[in-house]
Structures are given as structure tokens and as C-alpha cells.
Unconditional design. Structure first.
Length: 116
């Protein structure tokens, strides 16, 4: 009989441990879901504030704002300058560094030049 009491006491303590673990896990889950809910609400508020501050106008592809800090375009390299010149003047070919570049008509790009 003593043996039976021991096994039943073990099973009770195991059951208690399991129930405590379950409670702990459910509390952790509840805490995490509350944190997630809070973060999503904060994110929603921030995005609404940004929408209000930027105004309700739609942005087009190009912005009208003038940036003063380093937004200048780079100059085209020598090859590109010659290629654009040939393209604008409808030339069939141009020469760059001893290589002949011949153009082919393209339906979207106009003229496309390749090394010959």
C-alpha cells in the first residue's frame, strides 16, 4: 500500500508542476499578445500622424522639393556622351577609344548601339 501512495503523490506533484507550467506559459502568452497589441496601436498612431503632417496630397513620380545637400547629378562618362550625341543626331554609328559602335533600331529605346 505504501508503494501506491508514493506513486499517487508523485503523480499529484507532477500534475501540480504541469499546471504551474501551463499557467506560466499562458501568462507569458497573454503578456506577449498585450505587448503586440500595444505596439500595433503605437504604429497605427504614428502612421496616422505622419499622414496628417504630410497632408492629403498625392505624390507624383518627381518631387518638387529642392534638396540643398548633395543631390546634384553626376556628369555622363565619355562613352555615354558620345552615344547620346549619336542618338540625338540619328547617326548609325560612332567611334569611342578606337572601337566602332553600330546602332540598331529598337521599338522602345529608339537606337541601341553595340560594339562592332
Amino acid at each position: 500500500m505504501k508503494h501506491n501512495n508514493r506513486s499517487s503523490s508523485k503523480s499529484r506533484s507532477q500534475k501540480q508542476k504541469r499546471s504551474q507550467q501551463h499557467k506560466r506559459r499562458s501568462q507569458q502568452h497573454k503578456r506577449r499578445s498585450q505587448q503586440h497589441k500595444r505596439r500595433s496601436q503605437q504604429h497605427k498612431r504614428r502612421s496616422q500622424q505622419q499622414k496628417r503632417s504630410s497632408g492629403s496630397r498625392k505624390r507624383s513620380g518627381k518631387s518638387n522639393s529642392t534638396k540643398s545637400s548633395g543631390s546634384k547629378k553626376r556628369k555622363h562618362n565619355e562613352y555615354f556622351q558620345k552615344m547620346l550625341h549619336a542618338k540625338k543626331n540619328n547617326l548609325n554609328s560612332f567611334e569611342y577609344k578606337g572601337n566602332q559602335y553600330v546602332g540598331k533600331q529598337h521599338k522602345h529605346l529608339g537606337m541601341v548601339y553595340s560594339k562592332n
